[in-house]
Design a protein around this ligand. Sequence first.
Ligand code: GAL
Length: 426
Amino acid sequence: MKKGLSLLLGSIVILALILTGCGNSDSKSSSGSSSSNNGKLEIFSWWTAGGEADGLKALNSAFNKKYPNIGVKNEAVAGGAGSNAKAVLATRMQGNNPPSTFQVHGGAELMAYVDAGKMQPLNDLYKKNGWDGKFPKDLMDLVSKDGKIYGIPVDVHRGNVLWYNKKIFDDNNLQPPKTFDDFFKVADKLKAKGITPLAMGDKEPLGATTIFEDVLLGVLGPDKYKQLWTGDLSFDDPGVKKSAEIFKKMLGYINDDHSSLAWQDADELVANGKAAMNIMGDWAKGYFTSKNMTYGKDFGAVNTPNTDGSFMIVTDTFGKPKGVKNSKQVDKYLTELGSVEGQDAFNPKKGSIPARTDADASKYDEYSKNAMNDFKDNALVPSLENGSAAPQGFLTKVDTAVNVFVTQKNVGNFINSLKQASSSLK
Ligand code: GAL
């Protein structure tokens, strides 16, 4: 994993230097030098779009109410799945200038910082708050190493969701697709009516790699899907080729302007009826509800084709970097983020379900209630694109291969690139 972090740092430091200071407008200073922050807590994330930004705001307001004298500075850097934020963060961590706490996916992404000796264990904080047993074991495994806990999961997102515009489906008498065959039948009908079947926004890697990982899950099933990221299943497997072919076919149904759109722009096409479907993690639900759309009335959701029974986990966690200023205040913020109140302020707006098992289910809509049940019953699999399944160095190569494939659509070249990338997995 040390290799993971050095790859991460090595490959993105230049990008980070370019990006530093170029964050979104929500962020007062994306470089976030501690000295200029007058002792405020620096909360680092990439939550800037509708839904995710609202969740963060709700969490920070809940914290402000409890601790009016502790300032909080939102240091979010825009870019889906942290496409820019991860690079900025890596530079800060490398320069021993960490934010007070930061969003990081449980699993490989967090462990790269743990293995590099950059994080403090949080066992005492868990103990102090009586959190033992309050978070599911599967999540604790993603934030723990050798008996030490390094992160507090604030949410659980589902990565394998197909969203659709309810009015378009109702007007055209269509049922949301359950299988790949259904998907292509529905897509053909929509195309014949002049409606863009599938909205994709791959300005950032999240838009296209999400579709590909969901297709892999649908074709391979949960066990083989997991083996792919641990190096136990070769990219020569016929299921991978089949997935690439299905993905290629899907790309025949997307919007022309996909490469200039972010994930939320693709969801906007679904929201305003310019496209019928989108494949994205359920932060998309946060986006739709932030536009005053209601689940079941204005938009619907089903699991991506052939993935019923599997729940692709995306979990955002927060940890405590070593050398952080205002240690006691940071603990207070982390305590709020891990509390029932904090999680129930954040998650209904974010689109996710609470990481804690004892949160108040009545605060969530029907979509999230179903997700809570599925999270308990389904086969849980990690998302590659959202940092849990494999190290960043590998993910970067997959993202590049996917990006090239979206343009070239050459299955053979694509599989070769994936195979080459996978040599780093074992
Ligand atoms: C994911 C993250 C979500 C959401 C999404 C879009 O990686 O886990 O919380 O922010 O990216 O940016």
